[in-house]
Ligand binder design. Structure first.
Ligand code: HEM
Length: 132
């Protein structure tokens, strides 16, 4: 059977109790009838709808059992081009890592400066004892 392709706009309309679709790793799941049974509670699922829930889903480290269960709710896949920029997987991670990159660069430079300082000290000590 051919997989149905949904746009992000269409999926995000199903974002409430009783009519709830979630996007996990590019696939669309209709979890409306699973809300009551979800061991993590229905609220987390409703909150995870209308956006890409991949990171939230992975954060919980769902068991293989949960991942097997997902197949029952699979209704299609998401058209990646319709995902809002911030919703694309890993974008949030990229954004935060680029924000931290200046600090990261400075932190990486610390050992370099310490080495350079040690080398200069050593060189200075040697040359001053040569003079004596
Ligand atoms: C089709 C989608 C999903 C299925 C079939 C599913 C299924 C399950 C199952 C079976 C468990 C029990 C623990 C396990 O066996 O891993 C669980 C726990 C949980 N799930 Fe989901 N889940 C889904 C999506 C989500 C999403 C999108 C979130 C978003 C945050 C979420 C959050 C949680 C939380 C917080 C727990 C409780 C973990 C704990 O108590 O330690 N789940 N889920």
């Amino acid at each position: 059977m051919e997989e149905k392709v949904f746009s992000f706009g269409e999926v995000s309309k199903h974002n409430r109790n009783g009519d709830c679709w979630v996007i996990i790793h590019g696939k669309v799941y209709d979890v409306s009838r699973f809300l009551d049974e979800h061991p993590g509670g229905e609220e987390v699922l409703v909150n995870a709808s209308g956006k890409d829930a991949s990171v939230d889903f992975d954060d919980v480290s769902h068991t293989n059992y949960a991942q097997g269960l997902m197949k029952d709710f699979l209704i299609g896949k998401i058209d990646a081009n319709t995902l809002p920029k911030m919703e694309k997987e890993c974008t949030t991670h990229d954004a935060s890592s680029s924000r931290g990159s200046t600090t990261e660069l400075l932190l990486n430079a610390v050992p370099f400066f310490m080495l350079a300082f040690a080398f200069l000290l050593h060189y200075y000590n040697n040359s001053s004892s040569d003079n004596n």
